[in-house]
Design a protein around this ligand. Sequence first.
Ligand code: SF4
Ligand code: MG
Length: 284
Amino acid sequence: MVSIADLNNTNWVQWCPGCGDFGILIALKGALVKLGIEPHQTVVVSGIGCAGKLPHYIRTYGFEGIHGRVLPAASAINMANDRLTVVGVGGDGDGYGIGMGHFIHAMRRNYDIAYIVHNNEIYGLTTGQTSPTTKKGVKTKSTPHGNIETEVNPIMLALASGATFVARGYSGDIPHLTSLIAEGIAHRGFALIDVLQPCVTWRKDLPYELYQKMVYKLEKEGHDPSSFEAAIKKAQETERWPIGVFYKTQKPIYTDDIPFIKEEPLVKHDISNVDISKFIEEFM
Ligand code: SF4
Ligand code: MG
């Protein structure tokens, strides 16, 4: 049986005291415990940013890649060994800015991975610049007169891109977030868990108190996650901030159409007798 202690390590956590990232880390560990997934069966993949440090703080396999490339690395790991649980983690700048193209293609391909986005509406690690989810009019270091761009709506984007599991959590409600992450990991296909994550250093205008006041749970108000139309409607809501599962459906995953991976993970294939010299010659 897996316990939280199995997932802890002794690395010094470098996030600012009070950062919402702590809640996400605790929830991810709780979700893995809930599902009984062993550390050696899990790979946590990140890009660059405050969220990018997460793989350092959990005792699983981990890979910290380059900015915006969480999903290419995560999908490659999933293709190489689809028996592993692959969890991508990153920020809003990493995933919805630099990595936007990968985000859309990963969803339409429906790789079997869970993707947790620490959405704090700012570039935190680079000290407070406007990100793709910063709302119009917000003053940041890079937009001292107010952001003139319209923000990305990741939930709408995910729905439009064919994601099969679309959820939003709040890092200040750890039990709820734990359930969402567990459901996303257990889902067969691409699962987006966008997380409202207070950045206590660079978004002092978005404190925990405001999130506490604004968030509400979709499941408590009778939302039907099997309805695409209902999900679209909820995704556009701004007067209050819905959290929970917006939409969930089943579609074939990417590897379903690749029989030789389906039968046996790529890493188990015997390639000792494979001669690739002719193939290489073609490129010389
Ligand atoms: Fe968290 Fe913001 Fe500090 Fe980054 S800068 S660790 S997001 S509080
Ligand atoms: Mg951010």
